[in-house]
Design a protein around this ligand. Structure first.
Ligand SMILES: [Zn+2]
Length: 979
């Protein structure tokens, strides 16, 4: 049978695509006459549609003299086509139809996707397909949008992730050494100087590399496959096919002297990272046997006998990971990453020896890699695929379009990256052999000078990272070659967590229940339960929050809680790593007023994991060495925060200003230094002796089983009760009437960006009427804010607007990170309200207004997409303390009643700067390196005189009053059980 059937103007793939047995969606693969492959996905119940296009053209194809061109091209495609010339037409259309779009460019792909409401699919596809048929690349946009790219690059300059990524790439052969983001110089100034026209070069590049046969399309909708097919054929057949071959790159990625060398690099943050990179056989060709996944499982294993466990015992590392680095057609990398402790940094040579010892031990098994281990990873992959939960439409289309680029048999497009089909010891051996010193380059990155390392005398070209490259010392190589693994190291033992019980009790349900059942309500515990009634997977979630006033007493108490959590996780790690491999996940974190334990996975064995966490918590042994390592790590986390991006600082500062109890990173850093092991022991006792627990059990679990879980947790912790007052929720600090500005310098002196968070508080989050007005206003203002402040004014790459909610308060905010000073940004935001929004509202037709309402209504009615999704939505209502399970439907009813006048009144009362009723707080993070051309804009006289300016948090907070506590929106039902 032929695998492709000829239709009228296109071909249909005739084989069935292999899919998860949990997957109810329908699929069809077609190939248009221009050789564009397209996967159609029909989901009759979906309330969102999505389309993604993956183009096999990334920054490895950038011309040498125009670095960043592939990325810049991605930006430009959004900004107008012959058919839809208006530059924000696409975004505007999506925003009015409950949708959004995104895109990314990496080394070999550029990936575009959008989502929208189901009835808007046709219009969105019409706009989207034009990117690949007739983009305009308007001259005026070109110059402006280079600035967006330039700002995007400046955002990355102080990020170690980007700096180290480019350092390693830059020390490789071209085109791997390319600078993928690009900036003003590479995309505009320098090409112009050389007599090139940047726009013409862009068009030339696009017309060379954007060809239909290198694109993969994925269309997801509620329409039938026949209808989706017609939509694809009609809209995408006109994409030109050009005469270019599939991109292929040389496997000769490094210069000769890079092998067996070590790069020493200086970081911005206090991190200590040892990374080994190996050139590795290309894995796509072995997708049926996945030898690389198998090796990364063993090397990255964290249970007993593992490399990770061994190095942790020695106190050298905090964590270890192993797996694929980046790859392209022609080459592949395998990476081992170590996060070193302060002790480990001086022992990097020993770490290298142990890593190679472990690999050597694996090789001794390599003639016969233990089949039980392989079988285990194969079984786990099969189980995970069988019960794979259905993803969000835009996540599915974006990732599937990318996977379609892989050389999988076409019937394996959906399964190829998951399923392991065969055991091929020969192939495993070949991959394992590649993990040798001869194929390796090492990088050691740290903030402070490393003992025994010469001066970092080189500077990386794009990010300014200081570094030096040495050969690995001979005596180290000898030591590696002449030592063998210590007896404590061994391969993983069989995994006891592999689930075996997959029964799902399925019953007929007309409508899934919206409200979980309250099963128990005692003075120390409240138990909520919802038996799964729509997903039918053998999985469950258990949330346990333990609330105690002891958590919030002081910065020291809050940090001690965090230390306690981290010590617990550390203690659990070896035991629970098997559970993670088997598809379970767990977390322990501070919630502000308590500790939240969350476990999820197959309901079979989930309770075993939860029991272990809770009993470890109750009897946590705190060992001096581990305590010191963890304390040092947390100290660094707080200290490193000062090097974070300005926008992050603006955000956290606003949070400190608007929460009644919140400790700044500076306060926490001071606190952590004083904490002793004894403090944590005492604190743990205080915390666990008296508390209130709230549990939520959701999924394939009966109510009897849920009750049993709660009794088990209770029996282990055995708490006594809190008083009524101690059980009250947290509170916000309300923004006082008038205009307030809090200013602070960006701590990182080399950071050229400043940031602003401009926040208008409107009232209590429990006020339904006001809440829906706020969300409709935010919906109307969202796209114009981006269009005006980012695309038109090019203030910076990071521009956001939206609703901000906390207990007892809510408001509208605009966030901008920019090279311009915050005083100037403050003015631009107010101008945006006074001109753009004012005109928009005044000129808005009734019909447009209704459209905005409908778009918001659809967003509110969006159904959860899987068990995970539903669980986190319900938990949000439970943990927030409002128990507003009917929130969405109530909001929809309230939105329906809103008139345009309501929104105008809302705007002039709460948002507009001339209102005398508004409560505005803006947080200004001022760069210490404002670029010269913007220094004049840092002029305080430009601020409206009504503003009161604060430079410390306390003097502002003295003027605030606390909000109400969270309280249930309706009386809580009687529990099903008496105790
Ligand atoms: Zn970008």
């Amino acid at each position: 049978m032929a695998t492709w059937k000829q239709k009228n103007g296109f071909q249909q793939f005739t084989k069935e695509l292999e899919k998860s047995s949990n997957d109810k969606r329908n699929y069809r693969l077609i190939r248009l006459h221009n050789n564009l492959e397209c996967l159609l996905i029909n989901d009759k119940d979906t309330d969102k549609s999505s389309v993604a296009m993956d183009v096999k053209a990334g920054h490895l194809l950038d011309p040498k003299e125009l670095q960043g061109l592939a990325h810049f091209n991605e930006h430009m495609l959004f900004l107008g086509t012959s058919k839809y010339p208006v530059e924000n037409d696409y975004q505007d259309y999506l925003s009015k139809n409950s949708g959004y779009s995104n895109a990314y460019t990496d080394m070999i792909d550029t990936n575009y996707y959008f989502t929208c409401s189901t009835n808007a699919l046709k219009g969105a596809v019409d706009r989207f397909s034009q990117f690949f048929i007739a983009p305009l690349f308007t001259q005026s946009c070109t110059q402006r949008e280079v600035k967006a790219v330039d700002s995007e690059n400046k955002k990355n300059l102080q990020s170690d992730l980007w700096r180290l990524f480019q350092l390693e790439k830059g020390l490789s052969n071209p085109p791997l050494s390319n600078f993928g983001t690009g900036n003003w110089d590479t995309l505009y100034a320098e090409p112009s100087l050389k007599g090139m026209d940047p726009r013409e070069e862009l068009i030339k590049w696009y017309e060379t590399h954007y060809s239909s046969h290198l694109m993969k399309l994925c269309v997801f909708g509620k329409e039938s496959l026949d209808e989706l097919e017609q939509l694809a054929v009609e809209n995408f057949s006109a994409i030109p096919q050009r005469d270019i071959p599939q991109p292929q790159f040389s496997s000769d990625v490094w210069p000769r002297d890079a092998y067996k060398s070590i790069i020493f690099a200086e970081t911005i943050k206090d991190i200590r990272q040892l990374a080994l990179t190996f050139t590795f056989p290309e894995q796509d060709a072995h997708y049926n046997t996945k030898p690389g996944n198998f090796l990364s499982h063993i090397l990255g294993y964290e249970g007993k006998g593992s490399l990770c466990s061994y190095l942790k015992q020695l106190g050298y590392i905090n964590s270890l990971s192993a797996g694929f680095g980046f790859s392209a057609p022609g080459f592949e990398f395998f990476k081992i990453n170590l996060d070193l402790t302060s002790q480990g940094i001086g022992k990097w040579k020993e770490c290298l020896v142990f890593i190679f010892n472990y690999i050597d031990m694996m090789k001794r098994f390599s003639d016969n890699p233990p089949e039980y281990l392989f079988k285990e990873t194969q079984d786990l992959a099969a189980i995970a695929f069988r019960f794979k939960e259905q993803g969000q439409p835009e996540k599915v289309t974006s990732s599937v379009a990318r996977l379609m680029q892989k050389p999988y048999d076409r019937e394996h497009i959906l399964s190829g990256s998951h399923v392991i089909r065969e055991y091929d010891p020969q192939c495993i051996k070949q991959s394992l052999d590649a993990l040798s010193l001869d194929n390796c380059r090492v990088m050691l990155a740290a903030k402070d000078p490393i003992e025994g390392v010469g001066e970092l005398d080189q500077v990386e070209k794009w990010y300014g990272t200081k570094y030096r490259v040495d050969k690995l010392p001979e005596e180290l190589l000898e030591k590696i070659n002449n030592s063998s693994s210590p007896p404590e190291m061994h391969l993983p033992h069989p995994n006891d967590f592999i689930p075996t019980e997959f029964n799902v009790e399925k019953k007929d349900v007309t409508e899934p229940a919206v409200v979980p059942t309250l099963l128990r309500d005692t003075n120390t515990l409240r138990l909520w339960h919802k038996k799964d009634d729509q997903w039918w997977v053998p999985k469950a979630h258990v949330y346990v929050v333990m609330r105690s006033p002891a958590v919030l007493e002081s910065a020291k108490a809050s940090v001690t809680t965090r230390l306690f959590n981290e010590i617990l996780l550390d203690e659990m790690n070896e035991y629970a790593y098997d559970a993670e491999c088997a598809g379970f996940a767990y977390s322990v974190e501070s919630t502000g007023d308590g500790i939240l334990v969350h476990v999820k996975g197959y309901n079979d064995k989930l309770t075993t994991l939860l029991h272990q966490i809770v009993s470890t918590m109750k009897n946590l042994p705190i060992r001096e060495e581990r305590f010191n390592v963890i304390k040092e790590r947390i100290e660094r986390v707080y200290a490193n925060f000062s090097m974070d991006a300005p926008l992050m600082h603006a955000n956290v500062s606003t949070y400190s200003l608007t929460q009644k109890a919140f400790f700044t990173f500076e306060e926490r850093l001071d606190a952590v230094k004083q904490i002793t092991k004894g403090d944590v022991e005492q604190h743990a006792k205080n915390l666990l002796d008296r508390l209130h627990m709230e549990l939520f059990v959701h999924g394939n679990v009966t109510d009897e089983a849920a009750v049993k879980i709660s009794r088990d947790v209770e029996d282990v912790i055995q708490p006594s009760a809190l008083s009524e007052e101690e059980r009250q929720s947290l509170q916000s600090s309300l923004v006082p009437k008038g205009d307030h500005i809090y200013t602070k310098h960006v701590p990182n002196k080399a950071q050229v960006n400043s940031a602003i968070e401009y926040y208008n508080e409107v009232g209590d989050v429990a006020d339904l009427d006001l809440r829906t007005k706020l969300s409709l206003f935010a919906q109307i203002a969202h796209e114009p804010a981006f269009d005006q402040l980012r695309t038109k004014e090019q203030l910076g790459y990071m521009v956001f607007s939206g609703v901000r909610k906390s207990i007892g308060a809510m408001g509208f905010r605009v966030l901008i990170q920019s090279e311009r000073p915050p005083i100037y940004l403050e003015g631009r935001v107010e101008e945006f309200f006074n001109v753009t929004i004012k005109n928009l509202l005044e000129e808005m037709s009734e019909e447009e207004f209704e459209k905005s309402k409908n778009s918001l209504i659809e967003e509110k009615l969006e159904k959860p997409k899987n068990l995970n999704n539903e669980a986190s939505r319900l938990w949000l209502e439970l943990s927030g303390g409002y128990y507003d399970f009917h929130r969405r439907t109530n909001e929809v009813e309230s939105i329906k009643k809103l008139t345009k006048q309501d929104i105008m009144d809302f705007f002039y009362t709460y948002i507009h700067q001339f209102s005398d009723k508004r409560n505005k707080l803006s947080t200004h993070l001022i760069s210490q390196s404002i670029p010269d051309q913007y220094k004049d804009l840092n002029d305080a006289s430009a601020l409206r005189s009504s503003n009161i300016i604060y430079d410390d948090i306390a003097s502002y907070k003295n003027k605030t009053v606390p909000s109400t506590h969270a309280h249930p929106v309706a009386p809580i039902a009687q529990p099903a059980m008496n105790n």
